[in-house]
Design a protein around this ligand. Structure first.
Ligand SMILES: [Fe+2]
Length: 191
């Protein structure tokens, strides 16, 4: 490794592998999603990811390098964890909250990598590559934001109320005061 440009193309090989691995993993994640919104967000990101693979090929081309993948071990691990969380015995929104967690870890990993290669490309004067990489970075950011919105507006509140109904520990006792006593009217009037 003797130059930043070499380091750049090594990192691009890692990303090329990462995106290709994700292409295979996303359909399973979408299939496991219970919320229709989450499912379509993941399906949409699958389409976006196809475009990102093509875009990486354009980046290699603009650098005059062959498009090659070098197994991204980090993505392997992230996908393994996604599979683990999907094998958990969780239902409905609770399962979805786990899928979102796994998907956001993937997005953040990709954002870190694309941010780095975009900057290196700029420094090396590879402006076309830098612009292409910025486009993908923006898309990853949008996907991440969408997942946060889904989690906050739909999935987390549902997962929480699902837990309310099922746990018999401290949550259960909180619930019984809510349904049974005067203190509950005080509480609800504060909302
Ligand atoms: Fe991606």
């Amino acid at each position: 490794m003797e130059s930043l440009k070499e380091l750049l193309s090594e990192e691009l090989k890692d990303l090329y592998s990462a995106e290709k691995q994700l292409l295979k993993a996303l359909p399973k994640m979408a299939k496991n999603a219970n919320s229709g919104e989450l499912r379509s967000a993941l399906e949409e990101h699958l389409e976006v990811t196809r475009g990102q693979v093509d875009r990486l090929e354009q980046v290699f081309e603009s650098l005059g390098k062959p498009a090659k993948a070098k197994t991204c071990k980090a993505m392997q691990g992230l996908i393994e964890e996604a599979n683990e969380i999907m094998e958990e015995d969780a239902e409905g929104a609770l399962a979805d909250a786990g899928i979102i967690a796994a998907a956001q870890k993937v997005e953040h990993y990709e954002m870190a990598s694309y941010g780095t290669v975009r900057t290196w490309a700029r420094i090396c004067g590879e402006n076309e590559a830098a612009e292409l990489l910025q486009e993908t970075l923006d898309e990853e950011g949008e996907a991440d934001k969408k997942l946060t919105e889904l989690a906050e507006s739909i999935v987390n509140p549902q997962a929480e109320s699902q837990s309310d109904g099922q746990e018999s520990g401290s949550r259960g006792s909180k619930k019984s005061t809510k349904s049974g006593s005067k203190s509950s009217s005080k509480k609800s009037s504060r909302r």
